[in-house]
Design a protein around this ligand. Structure first.
Ligand code: CP
Length: 322
């Protein structure tokens, strides 16, 4: 049984989860999604409060975590950087030492991943990474869950990420490797994913029969891919680099021409928000093959499973790996 092992744990990185743990979250999310908010899920966080802390703007993460806590019977408390001021008004250490006394879990979107790591050192409650400059694990879990729904299996499939080797690509690399999905990433030179994360992904891939490939050629990674993923070229906090980035990333746009190299039934993924006409064209984003809105919807379902397992100590029982 893997569920109980998740109780009380942090989720800062996709590297924190084993294959069995991911599958237990996927199966729980699938079951609860089909139950449409009925049944056991309504009381799992009953009597529990969850702090939702945002240092950066959000639509999807904010709405889906708030809804997820409500649908599990808990009480979400929304906190902004302007109010809490981690690192300005108060240290990360002191913020978490206070939160320990009041709430049962913290969901945090931070500028620097280091803030999460610092809080985790002093935390007596689970901390869930809702995006940092290193990773976006809840997004990647929703993404692979979405592909599993479409394909009814993941092992041996190929995901091609085209764009910036930043937080989303890091989480996808680590998660795909663990689930036996081949992950190819193509970025402009100088924008490759973090070398330590690539190394960790390769180690996980070796154990699970998957491959990790990092190139600078978008056509090469898309060739025969089962899914093509892109994200914005200018992430939050990188606005001062916008002009240079828009220039260097131009050949990495996901458009109909690039997709000719992928499998004819390949899906396109985007975590949103999208910058239409930059990393993705209107035609592709609005096409039937694009799963962006399914990914957004599934943020709710996978995050309910994460909250239930880490904070509610809930376990579903299935050990299925497909
Ligand atoms: N994909 C995602 O995390 O969206 P938000 O930034 O709107 O939360």
């Amino acid at each position: 049984m893997v569920g109980p092992r998740l109780k009380g744990r942090h989720l800062l990185s996709c590297g924190d989860l084993s294959e069995d743990e991911v599958w237990s979250l996927f199966h729980l999310a699938k079951r609860w999604k089909s139950e449409k908010g009925n049944g056991e899920q309504r009381t799992i966080l009953s009597g529990k409060a969850i702090a939702l802390y945002f240092e950066k703007p959000s639509l999807r993460t904010r709405v889906t975590f708030d809804l997820a806590v409500h649908q599990l019977g808990g009480h979400p408390i929304l906190l902004s950087q302007a109010e809490v001021g981690i690192g300005e008004r108060e240290s990360a250490k002191d913020v978490i030492r206070n939160l320990n006394r009041w709430v049962n879990g913290l969901v945090a979107r931070v500028r620097q991943h280091q803030t999460l790591e610092e809080m985790a050192q002093y935390s007596q409650i689970p901390i869930i990474n809702a995006l940092s400059d290193r990773e976006h694990p809840c997004q990647a879990l929703a993404d692979l869950f979405t592909l599993w729904e479409k394909w009814d299996g993941l092992k041996g499939k190929t995901l091609a990420f085209v764009g910036d080797g930043f937080n989303v690509s890091h989480s996808l690399l680590l998660l795909c490797a663990e689930l036996g999905v081949h992950c190819r990433v193509s970025t402009p030179k100088g924008y490759e994913p973090n070398a330590n994360i690539v190394q960790r992904a390769k180690e996980r891939a070796n154990r699970h029969g998957s491959q990790v490939l990092i190139l600078n050629d978008p056509k090469a990674v898309v060739s025969d891919a089962d899914a093509v993923y892109t994200d914005v070229w200018v992430s939050m906090g990188q606005e001062h680099e916008a002009a240079a980035r828009l220039e260097v990333f131009r050949p990495f746009q996901v458009n109909d021409e690039l997709l000719k190299g992928a499998k004819s039934d390949a899906f396109v993924l985007h975590c949103l928000p999208a910058h239409r006409g930059q990393e993705i064209t209107d035609e592709v984003l609005d096409s039937d093959r694009c799963l962006a809105l399914d990914q957004a919807e599934n943020r709710l379902h996978i995050q309910k499973a994460i909250l239930a397992a880490l904070i509610g100590g809930f376990f579903d029982g299935t050990g299925d790996r497909s």
